[in-house]
Ligand binder design. Structure first.
Ligand code: SF4
Length: 262
């Protein structure tokens, strides 16, 4: 009987990382662990993923998965990136006033990035890989997700072994496979994502000012179809709220370290 070819779809999140551990501990063969990395700018090799998360993926997680577990990790990237999508000139919009302008910011709730930058390279990978069993990181208590198309025809070892979302934290910690973003209680995804809270953007500007500067430069482009950066709010408007949060934090830091009152 021909051996089943098996691919585990990995995001670096706790559920898919715990799935890798379950496979390892139960001697489940995997031909490839595949992850899709969204890029901000291919030319300058700037990833679009949460910076702390993607650093951990390359420097901590991949060596463990490959060297300790013996599973091959494949990172796929679409040939497009945020910068290309931002600068894409609209040609055939039904709203004629848009034609000739740049597509600009990804729109919260209707982000084209998920399909074009995240899912498209995965579809290409699976098409080229050929017939295989796909393991996805859906936990035993994620009943709604088990009914969606994410699960359709795929296998979940977490469901098979009765592993709930809560249990995945300890399973990952056991092998240092819990992304540091969980310590910060931060969401994963792209650092430029319009769905982030203002607090998360404030965190981005404070900790990664060079990435914030990238967005600031883009915000000065007058050729884009809309200046709505985050659910209709302009970048400048979001930046004012971000600065307000970061300035408050600096004040608290000052009081804490000096013990002075204001
Ligand atoms: S994380 Fe946000 S910006 Fe990135 S693909 Fe998903 S919705 Fe789009």
């Amino acid at each position: 009987m021909a051996k089943i070819r098996r691919v585990l779809s990995w995001s670096g999140g706790k559920d898919s990382s715990a799935s890798i551990v379950v496979c390892y501990e139960n001697n489940i063969h995997i031909d490839a662990v595949v992850m899709s990395e969204v890029m901000f700018d291919h030319l300058r090799n700037i990833s679009g993923e949460n910076p702390k998360h993607i650093k951990w993926v390359y420097e901590v997680a991949i060596p463990i998965i490959e060297k300790k577990f013996g599973y091959k990790v494949i990172i796929v990237k679409d040939k497009s990136d945020y910068i290309k999508e931002f600068n894409h000139i609209i040609k055939k919009s039904k709203k004629v006033e848009r034609n000739g302008k740049k597509a600009g910011w990804f729109i919260g709730g209707m982000c084209v990035g998920n399909d074009r930058l995240k899912m498209r390279p995965l579809r290409k990978f699976f098409k080229e890989f050929g017939e295989c069993e796909t393991i996805v990181g859906i936990a035993a208590d994620e009943h709604k997700r088990q009914e969606t198309k994410t699960m359709n025809g795929k296998r979940s070892v977490l469901v098979e072994y009765g592993i709930t979302e809560e249990m995945t934290y300890d399973i990952c910690r056991k092998y240092n496979l819990l992304s540091p973003t969980y310590d910060d209680k931060k969401r994963g995804g792209c650092w430029f994502c319009p769905n982030q809270s203002i607090e998360e953007f404030a965190n981005l500007k404070k900790n990664y000012p060079q990435l914030w500067e990238e967005l600031k430069i883009l915000s000065q482009d007058t050729q884009i179809v809309s200046q709505g950066f985050k659910y209709g709010e302009t970048f400048d408007c979001v930046e004012r709220q971000v600065d307000c949060i970061n300035n408050q934090l600096s004040l608290f830091d000052f009081i804490e370290t000096t013990g002075e009152s204001v």
